[in-house]
Write a protein that binds this ligand. Structure first.
Ligand SMILES: [Zn+2]
Length: 149
């Protein structure tokens, strides 16, 4: 938001209603301000100092900054790192499930040879593990889709 020019004392130029009402700094090392000398365009502001123009300029600048940040090598490396970490987590989780499935198969085999009454229990357990494996894969797929969206 641009600031409006206000004469700071009796020696400062009074506000000229035929000029843009923005307060602009003098060039160089001066810290004093004067009234913008451009002709008013809308609401007493020139085109450059109108709040709408300044908001639009800030928005475009922010977009350029974000775009530059997204494409920066550091940002790309960070995304690659996150993706690899995610894949490693999935492999770890799947390995756990596969080990459990293997254990269940061995238990099933023992049940079959020694304790026939336990076969159904072992199958129910094995099915739970298979469901867990597919749920993991589905979650991974969803994370991948979300990351790409
Ligand atoms: Zn102006």
């Amino acid at each position: 938001m641009p600031s409006e020019y206000k004469p700071r004392d009796l020696y400062a130029s009074p506000l000229n209603p035929d000029r843009c009402k923005a307060s602009v700094p003098y060039g160089g090392r001066s810290v004093s301000f004067h009234q913008c000398q451009r002709a008013p365009w809308k609401d007493g502001w020139c085109k450059q100092h109108h709040p709408d123009t300044e908001a639009e300029r800030r928005k475009q600048s922010e977009e350029r900054y974000q775009q530059k940040r997204t494409l920066s090598p550091l940002s790309q490396l960070t995304r690659a790192y996150d993706e690899i970490a995610r894949q490693k987590r999935l492999v770890g989780e799947l390995t756990e499930v596969l080990d459990a499935i293997l254990d269940a198969q061995i238990a099933n085999w023992f049940s079959y040879t020694k304790l026939p009454g336990k076969i159904e229990d072992a199958e129910v357990e094995a099915q739970k593990l298979v469901d867990r494996a597919y749920a993991l894969l589905a979650r991974h797929q969803k994370e991948t889709d979300d990351a790409e969206a």
